[in-house]
Design a protein. Sequence first.
Length: 117
Amino acid sequence: MSITLKNLVIFVTDLVKAKSFYAELLGLPVAGQSEMLIEFFPGAVTTLGVSLALTEDARNLVGRHTGITLKVENIAALCETLKNAGVHFVEPLESSPWGKMAVIQDFDGNMIALVDR
């Protein structure tokens, strides 16, 4: 038996805003979209999904730390773009012995970590 990870999902309240945030601001490449879900990272073994929170259980997952970390090549430039767009930084961009990291929130309060390695 073989088991692989297909996708990780972040629940949101508005897909139009989600596409604006994840595709336009963050620059994530869109793999596909339906009325309820946008998938990112085409061709990747594991995709990131942003889905409408249609059930009570899903709505309870909106606005939390997702545990998702995105590796960003030019993290300082992206963080500057996000700041200029008014994105909320839970943790500002900081350097540490292991690299640079920031934690941001989308419009629903979902937190995502950005790292450079």
